[in-house]
Design a protein around this ligand. Structure first.
Ligand code: GLC
Length: 731
């Protein structure tokens, strides 16, 4: 695929001579308030200089096969931002030096990149992270990513992706935090806090970017870049919450989405980008378009050419043009034609400059040069990645306690994922390296060394219809007490532009399961994927199923730790596993049917194979009845719900309690239940802990309408935990 090796700064500078006296200019004075520095600098800028600040080109080798754009022949020193594809700061510093030291105003360039789940220390994909139900741990992981990014020369990540998604055919379901709005909000906020910390000028922090605003996960039929039918009601009760909470948490930037939102593409949608984001939520950062999303307004049929696309996107509220070559070519022209005012341009440039000042780029424009060892894969960083991998693994099935394995077993380790490394990194891990990945087999060797006999056979590839390895696999199984069958997806089968018509594994993999089931040996299915999978044919053939997702560099040891019983699994699903692709969309917080017992499928079950929040442990947890501090509440009052949980098994373990709310009657029909709070606690065997949910009636019991107004109605509401509920009356 065509790689873009972009000629770094061609030594071409728009104005080689620095304006006299800038050294003492107010905007150079770090002691001045940011807003004063912004205004001072803005007052000195020409229209051309302002327009360049609103553009982002690329620099370095572009590994992203989806982002093919015209070669940028030169990089003007006044460019606002560059997507930086390298992993060391040398090239960045070279380009930055020209911009800072030889241009007229010395405005530093903002370097961005897709650091989605780690830079070199790659940790689990976001969909897996949410299964940990441990936002604090995700925050730590994002802090690791921020430090590595900054040392690599990246000041700004295009992350977190907080798109609620309910269709596993859509490859990008892997990049968000699952099907629930509240879950995406909590983990989106944790990511922003991890990336940005409490001081953006800290050299270990980077600016975050909430994306893709908004509703990208509703892509029709799981295809990418397509139409999304989103009513105002659904916009607000399903897709907006993660963005609203992310803005409250201080997200520096937002990325506009590709998708057409019920007739108005997100990148030309003034309602979301200005009326809501800027006016109602008062966001003082900026919006960057997705790659090509402005130019794509043409094929989406709302712009005749790049110039009209530039006008529509800019007036809707997109401040920065990512690789469209629309703003750089047409914005000044549109100003001169009076179609865009200088005030509008100034507001956009103000937002970009504000972030650059906040990041400290004027004081510290250059990245310190360090060695790879100093930059990446610190032991403490790998520990965080390993812990997050451990807590994101979900034990879906464990019949007759076939797990944990006894350490004196003969274990057949079979399948294309058994020794695989690269695919465990998942999508959007371009700076991750397979050589740093601990494979499943590596982990097993380390954990079971001298205690069990491992008998390996690959059995099959990922998708080729080639059964030549079956005999060897069967022979390995015959010699063993138990089969660990490691299957799953290639990393390129999920992520961007990676839609699949079915969420089942390729036929050859399913055939291997059937073949090995004939040996009569128990099969433990170990699955690595970037999406929920269709397992209805494999589930009956498997004694146990462990969903390991795409764990990044450090999955092998926790996987083996769980299989051996050294670790008690604690992951619970952030997304529903449908019984089959034909059920999609299927998700827990659905509306009630008019005839709950009719309208069901005639040919398959109408319930999922594994529900949202499903996940098994090696121990047992006993729940007390839910207690309420009051069963009556006035609007504005508070009620505390609590449930006491005891680890009644014979193994320590962590338990997450999910608190749901439901109401049978409401002016606007509501989901059968909605997640409003969750808490994870580690309980030693025999230990008891009381989980509490401080209920804020409007936020937790109320609902939202199609104008984004939250309301609370009198009536009866139910607080649900697992299979119990208690009523609370609002009047
Ligand atoms: C891609 C993706 C977006 C990413 C951007 C830059 O097309 O849609 O998520 O941040 O372009 O790579």
């Amino acid at each position: 695929m065509k790689h873009l090796l972009l000629i770094c700064l061609a030594g071409l500078l728009t104005n080689g001579v620095r304006a006299e006296g800038q050294e003492s200019a107010l905007y150079k004075d770090a002691g001045q308030p940011v807003e004063k520095r912004v205004e001072d600098l803005l007052s000195k800028m020409t229209l051309d200089e302002k327009v360049f600040q609103l553009n982002q080109y690329t620099l370095g080798w572009n590994h992203n096969v989806n982002n093919i754009a015209e070669e940028v022949k030169k990089i003007p020193a006044e460019i606002g931002s560059l997507i930086y594809f390298e992993s060391d700061p040398t090239l960045r510093n070279e380009v930055q030096r020209k911009a800072v030291e030889e241009s007229r105003l010395g405005i530093p360039i903002l370097f961005g990149y897709d650091v989605i789940h780690g830079f070199r220390t790659v940790y689990p994909i976001s969909l897996a992270q949410a299964c940990s139900w441990n936002p604090e741990l995700v925050k730590q992981a994002c802090a690791v990513a921020a430090r590595e990014s900054r040392l690599a020369g990246v000041d700004w990540t295009f992350s977190p992706m907080v798109d609620v998604a309910r269709d596993g055919r859509w490859g990008r379901i892997s990049e968000g935090y699952g099907e629930d709005p509240y879950t995406n909000a909590v983990f989106g906020v944790a990511s922003i806090q991890g990336y940005q910390g409490d001081d953006l000028s800290n050299p270990n922090h980077i600016a975050a970017c909430l994306k893709h605003f908004v509703g990208y996960g509703a892509s029709e039929a799981g295809r990418d870049y397509v139409y999304t039918e989103i009513s105002p009601q659904t916009l607000w009760d399903t897709y907006m919450l993660p963005y609203e909470e992310g803005i409250k948490a201080g997200a520096a930037t937002v990325m506009s989405c590709f998708n057409d939102i019920s007739g108005t593409p997100g990148t030309a949608n003034r309602y979301i980008l200005t009326d809501i984001l800027k006016n109602r939520w008062q966001h003082d950062g900026f919006v960057v378009s997705d790659w090509g999303a402005i130019e794509q307004l043409r094929p989406q049929g709302v712009a005749a050419d790049r110039k009209e696309a530039a006008l529509k996107a800019f007036t809707a509220g997109v401040e920065m043009d990512m690789m469209n070559q629309c703003y750089d070519r047409h914005l000044a022209e549109l100003v001169n034609e009076g179609k865009i005012s200088t005030d509008q341009v100034d507001d956009a440039v103000r937002r970009v400059l504000r972030l650059k000042f906040r990041l400290g780029l004027f004081e510290n424009p250059y990245t310190p040069v360090t060695t790879e060892q100093e930059r990446f894969l610190l032991p403490a960083s790998i520990q965080v990645a390993e812990k997050l991998a451990e807590e994101s693994i979900v034990l879906l099935k464990n019949d007759n306690q076939v797990l944990p394995l006894s350490k004196t077993a003969k274990i057949a380790v079979i399948g294309p994922m058994a020794k695989e490394k690269d695919h465990l990194l998942g999508s959007w891990a371009n700076h991750g390296k397979a050589e740093h990945v601990v494979s499943i087999y590596d982990g097993l060797e380390k954990t079971f060394r001298n205690q069990a006999q491992l008998i390996y056979a690959q059995g099959t590839g990922f998708e080729e219809a080639d059964k030549s390895g079956f005999a060897e696999a069967k022979a390995a199984a015959e010699k063993a007490d138990i089969i660990l069958l490691c299957l799953g997806e290639k990393k390129g089968w999920s992520g961007e532009n990676a839609s699949r018509s079915t969420i089942a594994l390729p036929p050859i993999q399913e055939e291997l399961v059937r073949e090995l089931s004939q040996t009569g040996k128990p099969i433990v299915l170990i699955l690595s994927s970037g999406r929920p999978l269709e397992l209805n044919r494999l589930e009956p053939l498997s004694a146990a199923i462990l969903q390991i997702w795409q764990p990044g560099v450090a999955g092998g040891n926790p996987i083996a730790g769980i299989l051996s019983g050294d670790i008690n699994p604690s992951g619970k699903l952030s997304v529903t596993f449908p019984y089959s692709t034909g059920q999609i969309p299927i998700y827990y917080n659905h509306r009630q049917s008019a005839r709950p017992n009719q309208g069901l499928y005639q040919d398959i079950p109408s319930t999922p194979l594994y529900e949202f929040a499903h996940g098994l442990s090696y121990t047992t947890f006993e729940y007390s009845d839910i207690k309420l501090s009051s069963t009556q509440i006035k609007s504005g009052g508070k009620v505390t719900a609590e449930v006491t949980v005891t680890n009644s098994g014979n193994m320590d373990g962590a338990e997450t309690v999910h608190w749901f709310v439901s109401t049978p009657v409401s002016t606007i029909s509501r989901p059968v239940k909605e997640l409003k709070h969750f808490e994870k606690q580690f309980l030693k065997k025999g230990e008891t802990y009381t989980y509490r949910f401080e209920i804020d009636p409007l936020k937790d019991l109320g609902f939202i309408n199609g104008n984004g107004d939250r309301f609370l109605e009198n009536g009866t509401y139910y607080i649900k935990v697992k299979d119990q509920q208690v009523a609370i009356k609002v009047d």
